[in-house]
Write a protein that binds this ligand. Structure first.
Ligand code: FES
Length: 119
């Protein structure tokens, strides 16, 4: 998964992939990959909108959680959730981007309407 000494980062579920230098934040990698990682605070651990899920096998592919991440995420850290603005890439990995809550609500409503149409 490595390219020219860089680190390849893949953003699921859509699979956007980018090669970045070690030390790049996941948020910067997501911007370059055009992955839909949301932010409102601009990357200062203020909005908590940039959460991604990291598989347990990739724990060391990122820098350890910052103090701000520990404070903001608490027990979510144990579940593999990281703030992409605080996490820096150390080696290639794949992370999962949660579905946008507004899109998820629209999708659920459309699914409900489709199932109602069946009756
Ligand atoms: S971008 Fe706001 S908390 Fe990461």
């Amino acid at each position: 998964m490595s390219d020219k000494g860089g680190c390849e980062v893949e953003f699921g579920p859509e699979g956007q992939t980018v090669s970045v230098r070690a030390g790049t934040t996941l948020l910067d990698a997501a911007r370059r990959a055009k992955a839909p990682v949301r932010t409102r605070c601009g990357g200062v651990a203020g909005c908590l909108m940039c959460k991604v899920s990291v598989p347990p096998t990739c724990g060391d592919a990122l820098t350890p959680p910052t103090e701000a991440e520990r404070r903001k995420l608490g027990p979510l850290l144990e579940q593999g959730v990281r703030l992409s603005c605080q996490s820096r890439v150390r080696r290639s990995l794949r992370v999962e981007v949660p579905e946008d809550p507004l899109k998820a609500a629209v999708r659920r409503q459309l699914e409900r309407q489709r199932s109602d149409d069946l009756w």
